[in-house]
Design a binder for this molecule. Structure first.
Ligand code: GLN
Length: 206
């Protein structure tokens, strides 16, 4: 078997939103990737990344493309997944302040509040202590959600250190599923993706 056949492939949900930023991070880490738009694109994936964007639009497109059920099934069967921002919303079991017709994948045992930071601070940057990463992680929040409550098996990886949202939960891990309210992919920092690929997906990334 040649190397290209045996290499693990990571999917990037490519219905809408910041797909290319995640592809760049995966390129930098030397990980093969594929855009996921239709059910057949899920075949054989080692992991899936759900990007930021607009969760209600992605939810609609997931249903329109027939992805909702196959993707929920794949996640239930253990497909490792990492969601940033809107991706976190899509993965959650419960979402507050979303549209009534929005659907979630229910792979992350947490209640997530959409657009949680309010108007004054709807976009901001800060440095976060992140469990499993040595030095602070620069974090860009863009009309971001936060995690309001977590289920028993969920680890909290980062919280907002100061300001009006001090203590808000912004990074979590539930088994093979990880989610951040912010976008490490826009800061050119590959450490959160590397952590996910190593710890949640068991991939040997540099
Ligand atoms: N506010 C967006 C939503 O509700 C998420 C924003 C983002 O992904 N940067 O889906």
């Amino acid at each position: 078997m040649t190397d290209s056949v045996s290499r693990p492939v990571v999917g990037v949900l490519a219905l809408q939103g910041g797909v290319v930023e995640h592809e760049r991070v995966l390129d930098e880490l030397g990980v093969a990737h594929r855009k996921v738009r239709l059910p057949q694109h899920l075949d054989g994936l080692a992991a899936l990344i759900l990007p930021g964007g607009e969760s209600t639009t992605m939810s609609k497109l997931m249903r329109f493309n027939g992805l909702l059920e196959p993707l929920s099934d794949a996640l239930r069967s253990g497909l490792p997944a990492y969601g940033t921002c809107a991706g976190m919303i899509l993965l959650a079991s419960t979402v507050l302040d979303t549209r009534e017709d929005a659907v979630q994948l229910g792979a992350l045992d947490a209640t997530v509040r959409r657009n949680a930071f309010g108007r004054q601070v709807d976009s901001f940057e800060t440095d976060l202590d992140f469990a499993g990463i040595d030095d602070p992680v620069p974090a860009t929040f863009i009309r971001a959600p936060w995690v309001e409550t977590v289920g028993e098996g969920v680890d909290i990886l980062a919280t907002v250190p100061e300001g009006s949202a001090e203590g808000a939960i912004v990074a979590v891990r539930d088994g093979a599923v990880m989610a951040t309210s912010f976008h490490p992919e826009v800061d050119g920092d590959v450490r959160v993706h590397r952590l996910f690929l190593r710890e949640c997906a068991g991939l040997d990334v540099g």
